[in-house]
Design a protein around this ligand. Structure first.
Ligand SMILES: [Zn+2]
Ligand SMILES: [Zn+2]
Length: 740
């Protein structure tokens, strides 16, 4: 039964049936984690792939030996550390932690993450540091056979001695080959393609070993060659990894191992595609490397991530969004609840469904065997759930299928199944008597009894759903409830625009919360104090903060004001975030604030007076002037016309948006967005003015101060370019020109 799953082999670029090296046995090698950093969801997705492959073989009756190495020789590059690239490790080193302690910490974290994702532990987790001696022996053998050479304490693999180099990646043309290991450059290498087997240690390096070539440490590739050979033999069945492992890592592994053994390293190379976040590869350097902890912090279950990964084929890139994770969470919880329900249903005897059962099984297997088509398999599970099969048979099937899916569906988060069963029958009894009861008074009493039973059960962690013919009582799932109340937006177009609609309140006050909760709270407190007598709505944009704004905003006294929170499912650019507020706003006047602003007196009538002049577009307490469009350096705080009203505080009639439009969304970063928006306004002949009767306190604008200087300069420059591209020739819009 074992040889029925087809898998796509990167090496031959074909779908392949595995012909096991050892009959009835499958050997799998997976490139494991580097234990000097957090594992992000992208790493975990590729470990899930190996887990699913392994589960299929288990299900089909094979024995599996799975090897997953732990890279702990410290491939963290000293110079990067000194640049502070890896702050966590840097901090740990500063705190006097040894490299080993750090590695142990991250190894535990890795094992913990795997268990949270229900990944079956590998048979062995060999550590690189335990195998350095064997690596040295292999390197020596390569040297003895002229397949490698030494240079200043470094040993390189001689790529031109291995004709098959490049077959896996298709990277055959010399000119396209990038240097071997993570940016290593050694001008004395014989061939730019040659990669390190051994590196001489830098002076400050903590982890180093003696070798025939001096003190040093092994290259990353030789690690995997050595450990796969030791635990799986010269040739094994499946090697898995992420697509970014193909080159140079796996290419180099093949070159080393096959040179040493003269046999094919792996029968089949399976590579999982990337996980993207908002269209970008998830990577620590891109700042979008979410971890399981990020999910947990937001009240989402880790297995819903596993479910999410099931919905996309492993060879396809998966665009990760928290909103899709929420949907996954909801679907997953439903499936789990159904399983609980089926489990507690009456046991079906008789075999009239025997053929039907077999049919479901074969459809499920067909999907799995088609290069691990998990999305189809999942679809079949859902179809089955809605089929005519009796509950107990559905339960039987779902448990079988789940041995591959690995969703822990049978794992009830509510342990007391007796209470569950009793509650169901009690509920049904009550309902039946309400159906038959003719006396209205008694009927009402029964209803009341049902209501109170419902709330008693709810307190005990059970949810009642009355449906025909029986009631369902399911465990409460808190994560499910969280996901349902999230109600997040994925783009500004998700917020229905009210701009053309009539105003419902006098003022909309809007601000974005993105970190710096304390600033936001200070700002909100002052709004509540000085605006509470007005007809005001407050719109808060929760730019995907770790702690949702809703968690704390409810504790504010909101007697007179409406506070609405719009939460995004990823971090929005500033313009898009403000546009969400603008779309949702229903005030006659809109006041956009930065959270560095604090009110200390009322200013609503000042704003109204200023904006009741038809000629005025935007008013605020802080403005900018320019003489040539090239510099907007002069900040104005006394009443006069300005070229731009600063973003700290911009007030305008909502109706002008119909004319001037929303903020241009290319302004991901806030800088110069205000100038651009002011020009949009001035372009329609409106004035932008400072009114010094608007008195507010401006605290430190912390985002600016917390950014690295080069970073903020770069972002500012980009934004300035956007501005100039559109308005660079429009000197006529400047106040100074107009006054001449
Ligand atoms: Zn590897
Ligand atoms: Zn300047």
């Amino acid at each position: 039964m074992i040889e029925i799953m087809y898998l796509y082999d990167t090496y031959t670029r074909k779908l392949k049936l595995i012909d096991p090296v050892k009959k009835g046995h499958i050997g799998i090698y997976t490139c494991g984690p580097t234990v000097y950093r957090d594992l992000h969801l992208g790493n975990l997705r590729s470990f899930l792939l190996a887990d699913w492959i392994k589960r299929v073989y288990h299900y089909q009756g094979a024995k599996v030996t799975h090897v997953k190495n732990v890279t702990d020789v410290g491939h963290m590059r000293q110079e990067l550390l000194e640049l502070g690239e890896d702050r966590v490790v840097m901090a740990a080193l500063k705190a006097g932690k040894t490299a080993k302690e750090i590695a142990d910490h991250y190894t535990r974290q890795f094992l913990d993450a795997e268990s949270k994702l229900n990944i079956i532990p590998a048979t062995v987790f060999p550590k690189a540091t335990d195998h350095v001696e064997e690596m040295i022996i292999h390197i020596q053998t390569l040297l003895d056979n002229d397949l490698a050479y030494e240079l200043n304490g470094n040993v390189y693999f001689r790529v031109n001695r291995f004709p098959n180099y490049g077959l896996l990646s298709g990277n055959r043309d010399q000119t396209f080959l990038m240097p071997g290991l993570r940016g290593e450059v050694d001008s004395e290498k014989e061939d730019i393609r040659d990669f390190s087997l051994w590196r001489a240690a830098e002076v400050s390096r903590e982890l180093q070993w003696d070798s025939p070539w001096g003190k040093g440490f092994p290259g990353w590739h030789i690690e995997c060659s050595t450990m796969s050979m030791k635990y799986l033999g010269s040739s094994f069945d499946i090697h898995t990894g992420g697509v970014d492992n193909i080159f140079p890592h796996h290419e180099a592994e093949i070159a080393q191992s096959e040179s040493l053994t003269q046999t094919r390293l792996a029968n089949c190379w399976v590579h999982g595609a990337h996980l993207l976040e908002n269209g970008m590869k998830m990577a620590k350097s891109a700042g979008n490397a979410y971890t399981l902890a990020d999910l947990e912090l937001r009240g989402l279950g880790t297995l819903s991530f596993r479910y999410l990964c099931l919905t996309v084929r492993y060879k396809n890139r998966l665009n990760f969004k928290f909103s899709s994770l929420c949907s996954a969470q909801i679907a997953y919880t439903r499936l789990k609840n159904m399983t609980v329900f089926w489990k507690n249903g009456s046991v079906h005897k008789g075999d009239e469904f025997k053929d039907a059962l077999q049919e479901w099984r074969s459809r499920f297997n067909l999907a799995i065997n088609d290069n691990l088509n998990l999305p189809d398999a999942l679809k079949i599970v859902w179809e089955m759930s809605k089929s005519e099969l009796p509950s107990s048979l559905k339960y039987k099937l779902i448990c079988e299928f789940d041995s591959i899916l690995g969703l822990d569906l049978d794992e009830t988060f509510f342990p007391d199944s007796n209470l569950l069963r009793d509650s169901i029958s009690e509920r049904d009894l009550l309902r039946k008597s309400t159906f038959t009861e003719k006396n209205d008074v008694k009927k009402q009493q029964l209803y009341a009894k049902m209501d109170s039973q419902r709330s008693v059960l709810f307190e005990k962690g059970l949810v009642v759903r009355d449906q025909f013919p029986n009631s369902i009582v399911i465990p409460r799932n808190y994560e499910f409830e969280t996901a349902k109340t999230w109600n997040m937006v994925s783009s500004s177009s998700d917020v229905i625009s009210q701009i053309k609609n009539k105003s419902q309140v006098d003022f909309t006050i809007g601000f974005i919360v993105q970190g710096y909760d304390e600033d936001a709270k200070r700002c909100l407190t002052s709004i509540l104090e000085y605006w509470s007598t007005e007809k005001v709505e407050i719109l808060i944009f929760d730019n995907f903060n770790k702690q949702p704004v809703r968690d704390w905003v409810n504790s504010f006294n909101q007697k007179f004001l409406q506070i609405k929170v719009i939460r995004s499912d990823h971090i929005f650019g500033t313009a898009e975030a403000y546009n969400c507020i603008l779309n949702a706003s229903v005030g006659e006047y809109v006041v956009l604030l930065d959270t560095s602003i604090e009110f200390f007196e009322k200013c609503s009538s000042t704003i109204k007076n200023a904006l009741n002049q038809e000629s005025v577009g935007i008013v605020g307490p802080f403005g900018l002037l320019s003489s040539d469009l090239k510099h907007f350096h002069t900040e104005i705080t006394n009443s006069q016309d300005v070229d731009a009203v600063e973003l700290y505080f911009m007030a305008f009639r909502r109706s002008i948006l119909n004319k001037i439009g929303l903020i241009r969304q290319c302004f991901n970063f806030y800088r110069n967005l205000d100038i651009d928006f002011s020009f949009q306004c001035r372009n329609y002949g409106y004035r932008t003015i400072v009114d010094d009767c608007i008195q507010v306190k401006r605290h430190k604008h912390r985002i600016w101060y917390d950014m690295k200087e080069d970073e903020r300069e770069k972002l500012s420059r980009n934004n300035y370019r956007y501005f100039l591209k559109r308005w660079g020739t429009r000197n006529d819009l400047l106040t100074s020109t107009k006054q001449k």
